[in-house]
Design a protein around this ligand. Structure first.
Ligand code: FAD
Length: 208
């Protein structure tokens, strides 16, 4: 049974979880205000539109290495370590091999500009950037846990574990989109949703 906030409720023989995730953006409050406008997490979604101008990566953990190594394919990239981790000699060599510039020191705030942002450091240095990438922590709504669905860890946080038919570990419960895929996209969410719908119908028809 699904209980809604207005007091009504629905009963169903199957349910598809498709509630997405909540992104937690640690650190600077401006990250949330500029999220999706000048601050991003997916190079494939937003790298190209930055037009090969200065791209920043603001580290919130060692996961920033991933962005720091990927983004040079879309433009000149600077990794702001932001006291979030200490790159090892091996990591610095990997970044250098990709042409990624590394800046140390803590970030103070972000200012929006007409064509991007400027990152202001605590020591007053200012870096104009076409866009800034950060890795959020993702949080699921409590629905999957309430149903007892098995979860799995991703580098960004927990997602619902599903099989190739988008079935969860609980019979009759399916999941699709960001709920069940780390670092998803609209196209993946649509495809997973189509499969979840098909699978749900299949189990209703054939009782499997
Ligand atoms: C900043 C940013 C930029 C992105 N840019 C791109 C891009 O350019 N291209 C691309 O392909 N992808 C992009 N993505 C990823 C893309 O947005 C997601 O992968 C996609 O939206 C996932 O779809 P979804 O349906 O799983 O979740 P969502 O789109 O999050 O939809 C879930 C819906 O469920 C609702 N909901 C949640 N809880 C409840 C509840 N308890 N009751 C009722 N409703 C509820 C939510 O309000 C929401 O409407 C971006 C993501 C972010 C964060």
């Amino acid at each position: 049974m699904v209980a809604l906030a207005d007091g009504s409720s629905y009963q169903a023989r199957r349910i598809i979880l498709a509630a997405g995730v909540a992104d937690e953006l640690p650190g600077l409050p401006e990250l949330a205000e500029l999220w999706g406008k000048h601050v991003f997490h997916c190079p494939y979604c937003h790298g190209y539109e930055l037009g090969k101008e200065g791209i920043g990566v603001l580290a919130t953990s060692e996961l920033a290495m991933h962005h720091g190594l990927m983004l040079p394919d879309w433009g000149a990239t600077t990794l702001f370590v932001n006291d979030a981790f200490e790159p090892s000699a091996d990591q610095l060599a990997q970044l250098k091999a990709r042409g990624t510039h590394v800046e140390y020191g803590a970030a103070e705030r972000l200012n929006e500009r007409a064509d991007g942002v400027e990152l202001v450091m605590q020591d007053d240095r200012v870096f104009p950037l076409a866009g800034l990438f950060v890795a959020p922590r993702i949080h699921l709504s409590p629905l999957a846990a309430q149903l007892g669905c098995e979860l799995e860890e991703s580098p960004m946080g927990c997602i619902v574990k599903t099989d190739a038919m988008q079935a969860t570990s609980i019979p009759g419960v399916f999941a699709c989109g960001d709920v069940a895929r780390a670092a998803g996209s609209v196209t993946f969410a649509v495809a997973d949703g189509a499969m979840a719908g098909l699978s749900t119908h299949r189990t209703l028809m054939f009782g499997i």
